[in-house]
Design a protein around this ligand. Structure first.
Ligand code: ZN
Length: 181
């Protein structure tokens, strides 16, 4: 909600400076990051996990044409590492036994031991970042990070990370995508 308000404010400020086109697909034109998402990582994440988290953030940054950007050192988004699923219980009283991660009110929890594969770990972070960006589950295509079940993520997306067109369009549906003036 804040992000959309910020974009509208920006447009009002540039009336007369040019025309603004709204696009459904972020790759249609260059965009700008209205406001970085300032994030903090749990100190318990290892170096290799931090690399994967950073790569997952890049998937959204590149895939939205720069409309999303992350900056370290703030509390817009706090990513925490859990050792056991039952640590999710306070935030997820019903479904926690089935979950390997959860995103809620500016926080992402990752149950690290339940994710063995590096590519799957990165895909999981891409998925949870999608939720943080306000995107729900997507089941109308195979080519998405946003399936409700992590095992349904195509292996190719785990090996070669890139934001699928469907996920990029979902971002524009939620936030609106405009072209850089
Ligand atoms: Zn999900």
């Amino acid at each position: 909600m804040f992000r959309r308000t910020a974009i509208v404010a920006c447009l009002l400020g540039t009336v007369g400076a040019g025309t603004t086109e709204t696009v459904r697909d972020p790759s249609a034109c260059a965009g700008t990051c209205a406001r970085p998402i300032a994030y903090s990582l749990d100190p318990r994440f290892r170096g290799d996990e931090r690399v994967l988290i950073r790569e997952a953030m890049s998937v959204w940054e590149l895939g939205t044409g720069g409309r999303v950007c992350f900056a370290p050192g703030g509390r817009d988004l706090v990513i925490e590492k859990l050792e056991r699923s039952d640590e999710l219980q306070p935030w997820d009283p019903e479904e926690w036994p089935h979950h390997v991660a959860l995103t809620k009110s500016g926080r992402i929890w990752i149950v690290a031991p339940r994710v063995e594969d590096r590519g799957e770990y990165r895909a999981l972070i891409v998925h949870e970042l999608g939720h943080h960006l306000g995107i729900g589950h997507i089941e109308d295509t195979a080519d998405t990070y946003m399936h409700s079940t992590i095992n349904d993520t195509p292996a190719e997306l785990s090996i070669h990370p890139r934001l699928p067109p469907r996920d990029a369009r979902a971002y524009c549906e939620v936030h609106g995508c405009t072209c850089q003036l």
